[in-house]
Design a protein around this ligand. Sequence first.
Ligand SMILES: [Fe+2]
Length: 274
Amino acid sequence: MTIELGVLTAHVPRICDKDKVPDFQKEMVESMNQVAQTISNLKPDVIVLVSTHWTGTFHHFVDATPLHKGILTAVECPELISDVHYFYPGDHQLGSQLAEAGKELGIPVVAINDPTYIWDYGTLVPLRYLVPNEDIPVVELSINWSASLDETYEWGKAIGRVMRNSEKRCVFVSSGALAHNLVRGPEKMPTLSERALENQFIEYMVKGEAISAREMLPQFARAAGVESGGRHLAMLLGVLEPGFRGQFLGYGPSSGSGNAIMTFSLNQAAEKVS
Ligand SMILES: [Fe+2]
């Protein structure tokens, strides 16, 4: 039916427990709560979320499991994320459609249907804010280290087409940081140069200047060490490809990374395309 909303979100580990969020990350969390309210008002049928922490080596993965149930202790930071229980519905039908659409284009996409698969924290942390009642079906997507930004963009376009032509009302979430040259010190901001690149990228995304955002992405990704090499942003741009406007809601640091919270509305005229 439509893509009701696009979202760029953070997933930094110190916000996993909403009662333990440090002051320097509170703006981020308040912005995510704002997005949660928007999603709650929209009442979408499904959330499709790409996480930079689900890293396929050769394939793009789609988690088409009908029910997502598990307990997460994060491999990278078990001292911050431990014994976190979750139980979200999935959407096997839409997940399978997404995978088929990728394969038809020759993109190596694999759908999994595996109740033993445990989500990464790049998926679970934002969902704890954006869908706190665990009441909206979720289809999780990986990034793929072997894929170029161009391939990931094309995969994003295919994802967008499936969502727009589905009978379901969809929200697409891209979970990942902007600058991501990590350093010790959770309160540390990206450098001034990295912030300048981030601000330019954010400005393009707010104005819906997709061609410029896409053009700067490869060099931005290299210079600022953008998380996942910028693949989650390439996918987001592919999904939003027919045209969009963005809204910047908030920002926060995490160990030298920069994390923006943004929403995107698609241009009405471009909602249904073949
Ligand atoms: Fe991350």
